[in-house]
Design a protein around this ligand. Structure first.
Ligand code: MD6
Ligand code: FE
Length: 216
């Protein structure tokens, strides 16, 4: 029998390049995941999750809220960032220091120094929810990366190309995984496949995704 010296260690972070400009940091946020989920719950008490409408009038299956100086919203008037929560007319809850620090650390690890997000979108997927292929292009400065943190139930992330019709690669994202993308990957089409049924010890029957961005 071989002695496994690593048997008692938690999984170690592992950096997987996805494509030029995009990096998967596996397990990167696993240690702070419980604290992240608690912080999300506090934010959602002040700015509740809601199913927003697309400009075309469809109800999104993913429920959303935000924290930080700007929040991403969509309604019949279009996609945009705004400083006030349309439900309350009040500013979005501030971004916790834990969030800002994690986003900067992840960006740094992927080669983007000095990332200072002013917007954090909180997505909640229940089983059956999905996000169709899209590009993130409502931000002002496309030289800034995006940092995306997965928490709770695993999901299949879809990584497409520069055209909507490009066949996407599929990648399983687990709780604590972080994806950073910028540079030549910044405008790639991407989405999330329909979330399967499941139960996770941190979040119950859902997946949360935090996406950190520099909006303005
Ligand atoms: C999600 N994420 O993972 C949806 N966008 O729930 C995104 O749409 C996304 O993860 C830009 C960059 C990273 C992302
Ligand atoms: Fe996106």
């Amino acid at each position: 029998m071989t002695l496994d010296l690593f048997a008692d260690l938690p999984p170690q972070p592992f950096h997987e390049p996805i494509t030029e400009g995009a990096m998967l940091l596996r397990v990167f946020a696993a240690q702070e995941a419980p604290a992240l989920v608690r912080a999300i719950e506090t934010i959602l008490a002040a700015a509740p999750l809601r199913h927003m409408q697309t400009p075309g009038g469809f109800r999104m299956s993913v429920a959303m809220s935000n924290c930080g100086r700007y929040g991403w919203v969509t309604d019949r008037r279009g996609y945009r960032y705004q400083a006030e929560d349309p439900l309350s007319g009040q500013a979005w809850p501030p971004m916790p220091a834990l969030f800002t620090a994690l986003a900067a650390r992840a960006a740094q690890a992927a080669g983007f120094a000095g990332f200072d997000p002013d917007a954090c979108l909180i997505n909640r997927y229940e089983p059956g929810a999905r996000m169709s292929l899209h590009q993130d292009k409502d931000e002002l400065d496309m030289s800034q990366p995006i940092v995306s943190v997965s928490l709770g139930l695993p999901a299949t992330f879809l990584f497409g190309g520069m055209e909507r019709a490009d066949k996407p690669r599929r990648m399983r994202l687990e709780s604590g995984d972080v994806v950073v993308w910028g540079g030549p990957a910044r405008l790639l089409f991407h989405g999330v496949d329909t979330l399967p049924e499941g139960e996770h010890r941190l979040t119950g029957r859902c997946r949360y995704n935090l996406t950190f961005r520099r909006a303005r």
